[in-house]
Design a protein around this ligand. Structure first.
Ligand SMILES: NC(=O)c1ccc[n+]([C@@H]2O[C@H](COP(=O)([O-])OP(=O)(O)OC[C@H]3O[C@@H](n4cnc5c(N)ncnc54)[C@H](O)[C@@H]3O)[C@@H](O)[C@H]2O)c1
Ligand SMILES: [Zn+2]
Ligand SMILES: [Zn+2]
Length: 267
C-alpha cells in the first residue's frame, strides 16, 4: 500500500462525489491486498467501510444534496427492482446497476474497490451505492455500518434467524463477530459463547452480550469438543466470523447447523 495524490473526477449522471471523513478497515480489504489471486483490479483504492459528506452531485440526482451525511454501501441497492424489494434476498443475489468509475493516478486508471473506494479523501459513487444518515450521526463510528456491523448483525438476525432462549457460538471477534454477538443478544439468545485466539477481544465482547469466553490456545483438544461438552451436546446456532475455511469446516459444522457470512468471499 502506498499513499499517493490522485485525481477524483466530478460526478456524472446519477453519481455523487463524497468527502470521506472516516473509514474502517475490514478484513476483506486485507484479503484483496495479500491474496488477490484471480483479481486483476490493481492499481486500486481499497476501503469499503466509510462515512462522509456529499460534496457535489451529478445530473439527475434527486435524493442527495451537498452537505448530506452519507454511508457508501458496497452492495448497491436501487430499492426499486424486484431483487431489492424481496426481503429474502441477500447480498449474494443483489448487485443493481451502478458500479462507478475509478479515479486517476499518474496517468493510470485506478479501480474503484467495491464500487466505493473509501481509502481516499474524495470518492465518486453511484447514487444506488449510498445511504443518507442522520445529521447528528458521528461519522468516525457510524462508518462501521458500511460493512462489518450489518454483516455480523444481519447474519444473526436475517440469515441464522437466532431464536429467543437459544445458545449461540460466535467464532472471531472483529467488527463482524462483535456485531454477530450484538445480533444474537438482540434476538434473545440467553447464552452466547465467543471463541477467539486473541484473549484481548473478550472484554469488548462481554460489553456486546457474550456470556462465555473460549480461547482455543487454552485447550489441547479440538475446540468443537470443548463446545459440545460446555453445551451438553452442541449449540443451537454457530456463526463463523473469522474468514477461515478450516474453522468453518472443521469447527463450526461440528457444533451445530452452521451459518456462514463469508458467502461471496470464501465460497
Ligand atoms: N459481507 C461479507 O461477506 C463480509 C463482510 C465483512 C467481512 N467479511 C469477512 O468476515 C471475516 C471477519 O472480518 P473482520 O473485519 O471482523 O476481521 P478481523 O480480522 O477484525 O477479526 C477476525 C477475528 O478472528 C480472530 N481469529 C483469527 N483466527 C482465529 C481462529 N482460528 N479461531 C478463532 N478466532 C480467530 C482474530 O483474533 C480476530 O479477532 C473476514 O474473513 C472478512 O473478509 C465478510
Ligand atoms: Zn467488509
Ligand atoms: Zn435494485
Amino acid at each position: 500500500m502506498v499513499v499517493e495524490e490522485i485525481e477524483v473526477f466530478p460526478p456524472r449522471d446519477h453519481e455523487i462525489r463524497i468527502k470521506v471523513v472516516a473509514t474502517g478497515m475490514c478484513h476483506s480489504d486485507l484479503y484483496f491486498l495479500v491474496d488477490c489471486e484471480g483479481w486483476s483490479g490493481f492499481p486500486a483504492v481499497l476501503g469499503h467501510e466509510g462515512a462522509g459528506i456529499v460534496e457535489s452531485v451529478g445530473p439527475h440526482v434527486t435524493k442527495f444534496r451537498p452537505g448530506d451525511k452519507v454511508i457508501p454501501v458496497p452492495i448497491t441497492q436501487c430499492g426499486e427492482c424486484r431483487f431489492c424489494l424481496n426481503p429474502e434476498k441477500t447480498q449474494k443475489d443483489i448487485f443493481c446497476k451502478g458500479l462507478s468509475r475509478g479515479s486517476w493516478c499518474k496517468g493510470q486508471t485506478l479501480v474503484q474497490f467495491a464500487g466505493i473506494s473509501t481509502f481516499s479523501e474524495y470518492t465518486v459513487v453511484s447514487e444506488v451505492a449510498l445511504a443518507k444518515i442522520n445529521d447528528s450521526a458521528p461519522l468516525e463510528t457510524v462508518c462501521l455500518l458500511g460493512c462489518g456491523i450489518p454483516t455480523g448483525y444481519g447474519a444473526a438476525i436475517n440469515i441464522a434467524k437466532v431464536k429467543p432462549g437459544s445458545t449461540c457460538a460466535v467464532f472471531g471477534l472483529g467488527a463482524v463477530g462483535l456485531a454477530a454477538v450484538m445480533g444474537c443478544k438482540a434476538a434473545g439468545a440467553t447464552r452466547i459463547i465467543v471463541i477467539d485466539t486473541n484473549k484481548d477481544k473478550f472484554e469488548k465482547a462481554k460489553v456486546f452480550g457474550a456470556t462465555d469466553f473460549v480461547n482455543p490456545k487454552d485447550h489441547a483438544r479440538p475446540i468443537q469438543e470443548v463446545l459440545v461438552e460446555m453445551t451438553n451436546g452442541g449449540v443451537d446456532f454457530s456463526l463463523e466470523c473469522v474468514g477461515n475455511v478450516d474453522v468453518m469446516a472443521t469447527r463450526v459444522w461440528k457444533v451445530s447447523p452452521s451459518w456462514s457470512m463469508n458467502i461471496w468471499l470464501k465460497n
